[in-house]
Design a protein around this ligand. Structure first.
Ligand code: 2P0
Length: 348
């Protein structure tokens, strides 16, 4: 019998509470700052990788549409990277990769974090797991696969793990630096919630990679942002251990605002914030004035987000839904790390 080289994996996206912005080694994709994130239940990428000697070239089906160009090239490079690390060669069979986001890509929430985490785990399982991986049984070293996922996209390293996750700062030239690790499992602080206000996006924003590289190269505020990050990580870590939402939320808010301040001070400035994003920030702060524990964050896009608790999540979602330009809201719980699933008899 021919050994199957075929596996399915899924990964949740994650939202940083201490932000990663900037690299200190772009070739190895090493972050210039440590970061800390919450893995989100229900915002999931599912990816099937099938290595097939009959294929002449890699094929990518992204949400059922055959996709070429740079997305396919990035997938191929990542499959080479995983093959080199795990089986010692890039001389691998070509692969059919089918990937589906369970959240609308058009909403602008599509995430390289869940995508590269799922691709890494599916590729590792397909290359090394044999029939057991096809059946959904595959033991893997999350830290090892996080190092591979990080080279595809920095934030993807964090989606290998569930709950609250730290990604260390990189040491230039050392591919195994910037390790990811779990601080708390999703079940250790189950009341946490992350509320997302989905704002319509007219045009594609500057990608995170371009935005952070341009910030690092031209912003006089980038060095102070980097210098502040270790204390933010320490404070956030202590707050998480104490289950202190206020302290964690205050760090999250200032880390996000400092990230955006450094990006906006680049030359020319990189501006992800829209009117709705800022109105969302003020809505969250207004709630806080009324005693609701809610703390603002936002990423390389316009969607305002808030960290809160299960008890207050509906009130926070209602406040964000009332912001002009917010089309709908999502409430996410802490989610699990990436995992292998059994191949279904139906096409994924
Ligand atoms: C974060 N973001 O910590 C920050 C905050 C967006 C804003 O990590 O260049 O797509 O692929 O390593 O992982 C998004 O950056 O960047 C990101 P690359 P990535 O979540």
């Amino acid at each position: 019998m021919i050994m199957p080289m075929h596996a399915l994996a899924e990964a949740n996206t994650n939202i940083a509470l201490v932000k990663y912005w900037g690299k200190n080694d772009p070739t190895l994709n090493l972050p210039a700052v440590p970061s800390l994130s919450l893995t989100l239940d229900g915002l999931t990428t599912r990816t099937e990788v099938e290595f097939a000697p009959s294929l002449a070239a890699d094929v990518l089906l992204l949400n059922s549409a055959e996709t070429g160009g740079e997305p396919l090239a990035k997938v191929s490079r990542h499959l080479d990277r995983v093959a080199l690390a795990l089986v010692g060669t890039t001389e691998r069979p070509r692969a059919r990769v089918r990937t589906v986001n369970n959240f609308p890509t058009a909403a602008g929430l599509a995430s390289s974090a869940s995508a590269f985490a799922a691709l890494t785990v599916a590729a590792a399982a397909a290359l090394t797991g044999g029939a057991a991986a096809a059946a959904g049984e595959f033991e893997f070293d999350r830290g090892q696969l996080a190092i591979l996922a990080r080279q595809g996209s920095g934030s993807a390293a964090r989606s290998l793990f569930g709950g609250l996750v730290v990604l260390g700062v990189g040491t230039p030239g050392q591919v195994h630096s910037a390790q990811a690790s779990q601080l708390l499992a999703s079940s250790d602080w189950p009341e946490l919630r992350l509320v997302i206000g989905v704002v319509s996006e007219r045009a594609k924003d500057t990608s995170s990679t371009l935005g952070m590289n341009h910030t690092a190269a031209t912003s006089p505020y980038f060095a102070p942002f980097v210098a502040a990050a270790p204390l933010d990580l320490l404070t956030a870590t202590q707050a998480i251990k104490a289950r202190d939402l206020t302290r964690l939320g205050e760090v999250a808010e200032r880390s996000a605002l400092r990230m955006h301040a450094s990006a906006m001070a680049a030359d020319p400035g990189v501006i992800y914030l829209r009117g709705s994003t800022l109105e969302g920030l003020h809505a969250v702060r207004a709630l806080r004035q009324r005693g609701v524990a809610a703390f603002f964050t936002c990423d390389a896009g316009p969607h305002p987000k808030a960290l809160t608790t299960a008890a207050d999540a509906d009130a926070v979602a209602a406040a964000l839904a009332a912001v002009p330009g917010v089309q709908r809201t999502l409430i996410a719980r802490p989610g699990e790390g990436a995992r292998v699933l059994p191949l279904s008899p139906e096409p994924a």
